[in-house]
Design a protein around this ligand. Structure first.
Ligand code: NDP
Length: 449
């Protein structure tokens, strides 16, 4: 049977765009449908706008530091509306670049929400389109718990477009998004309260990073309350009133939920094609991103493997190489470096100390706690910390972790070494870059007792 396309991709985010482009480069006839804007979560309402806001919010501290370096900084003021307009213009620019890339690759872009109507067919913009293969790359969407009054809460989506900066903001959650946005808004002068239901923020990260970040956030004025959740949200004239699990009541300008993200599969018609989903709605795939239906594949957040843009891109690329490039490639999910753009930032790769122990390794831990050089004259009391978890039998570095200035930039290079399975001795044999914070990773000599 002749199909309209060789490949129909649903969702033009990081994973879908990469897969479309690479498949087309191998000669496949590709169409991609997008219901909102080309670029997806990362470009439109995730990594990119978030990082621009992180830069913006850090200037307050940078101005203070500048005075320690001999600068006189005049009167300061901050214009949220200008920042948001400039941020939106940058996103428009990137969106345009993504469109150009797809056009250049010969990929047909279709505006609209595509719904699967069978193993080889989708319906979009009122038309049925057939394809030999379908790739689902529709990403995820913020999950909100079933708290009475939750309709009065916002998510990170709305936080990036607030008409005005509130005086007070409550953020619920203790993951990546919650700590990043707490830092952003606190840096802009908003009185931020962060509520986390567990014992310590960033569950799953190395405990030393978690404890140190919590301490630094409190030092920056964030009212961090662990073991606390919201039981009721009520609208007030000035914002919202929250009832908390500790029995207290809080009035605040807005409440933002950052309580995880779920796969965007509702109403996608996957059941009509017999695609198997996990109980949380994520699409089940094998090591080559293939679903239980032979010609339907899925990549990125919709598969809930690792919810990170570069992982979605790798999965999309591997899919196109495997299916259209004649190079069977499975995206590797081990030793994935990642950064939390908290203030200070975190960079991490490999196993935490607790994970290494739980996996049965006998380990040595190396650590260094220091004041980054920039802060000596800059005056900030913020500290930095590096940590390595090493298998004591093989000397292989199982995990490397950092919190402090430039941690995100530093961990990328360290990630190569950890992914390559290098030993502590090979780190030690590397000459330090001096003076830097990164050099701690080749200078840590003393085992923790
Ligand atoms: P996370 O899964 O990181 O964190 C969710 C948080 O919400 C956890 O602290 C969780 O608590 C809490 N939570 C879950 N359900 C409830 C509830 N019913 N009531 C109260 N708290 C609740 O999700 P995020 O939304 O922060 O981010 C989604 C994903 O996006 C991340 O996992 C990450 O992979 C990705 N991301 C990556 C970034 C980066 O690379 N820098 C930046 C932003 C997002 P508990 O720990 O108890 O489960």
């Amino acid at each position: 049977m002749a199909y309209d396309y060789d490949l129909f991709v649903i969702g033009a985010g990081s994973g879908g765009v990469r897969a479309s482009r690479i498949a087309a480069s191998f000669g496949a006839r590709v169409a991609v449908a997008e219901e909102y804007r080309i670029g997806g979560t990362c470009v439109i309402r995730g990594c990119v706008p978030k990082k621009l806001l992180v830069y913006a919010s850090h200037f307050g501290e940078d101005f203070e530091a500048a005075e320690g370096y001999g600068w006189t900084v005049g009167e300061r003021s901050f214009n949220w509306q200008k920042l948001i307009a400039d941020k939106d213009a940058e996103i428009d620019r990137l969106n345009g670049l993504y469109i150009k890339t797809l056009q250049g690759a010969g990929v047909r872009m279709i505006d609209g929400r595509a719904v699967v109507t069978g193993p080889n067919s989708v319906q979009v913009a009122g038309k049925t389109i057939t394809a030999e293969r379908i790739l689902v790359a529709v990403g995820g969407w913020p999950s909100m718990p079933d708290v009475p009054g939750i309709e009065h809460a916002i998510t990170s989506n709305e936080a990036l477009h607030l008409a005005d900066l509130p005086e007070k903001l409550v953020i619920v959650g203790g993951g990546y998004i919650a700590v990043e946005f707490a830092g952003i808004f606190a840096g802009m002068g908003v009185a931020v309260t962060q509520l986390y239901r567990g014992e310590q923020i960033l569950r799953g990260f190395d405990d030393d990073l978690r404890n140190r970040l919590a301490k630094e956030m409190v030092a920056k004025g964030i009212d961090l309350r662990v073991g606390t959740n919201v039981t009721l949200i009520e609208k007030t004239d000035g914002g919202v009133r929250l009832s908390l699990t500790d029995g207290s009541i809080m009035d605040t300008g807005a409440v933002m939920y950052a309580t995880g993200r779920h796969a965007n599969t509702a109403g996608l018609g996957l059941e009509t094609a017999g695609v198997e989903l996990a109980p949380n709605g994520a699409i089940k795939v094998d090591a080559y991103s293939q679903t239980n239906v032979d010609n339907i594949y899925a990549v990125g957040d919709v598969t809930d493997r690792v919810q990170l843009t570069p992982v979605a891109i790798k999965e999309g690329h591997a899919f196109a190489l495997s299916v259209y490039g004649g190079m069977l490639t499975s995206p590797e999910h081990d030793a994935i470096p990642s950064a939390v753009f908290s203030q200070p930032p975190i960079g991490t790769v490999g196993m935490s100390e607790a994970e290494a122990v739980a996996a049965g390794h006998s380990i040595d831990v190396y650590e260094s706690d220091f004041r980054p050089m920039k802060h000596t004259l800059g005056g900030s009391s913020e500290r930095a910390y590096t940590k390595m978890v090493v298998d004591s039998e093989s000397d292989v570095v199982l995990g490397a972790h950092m919190i402090g200035l430039d941690a995100a930039e530093i961990i990328q290079g360290i990630g190569i070494a950890v992914k390559a399975g290098l030993t502590k001795a090979q780190f030690d044999a590397t000459v330090a870059v001096h003076p830097s914070s990164a050099e701690e990773f080749v200078l840590m000599r003393n085992k923790r007792d």
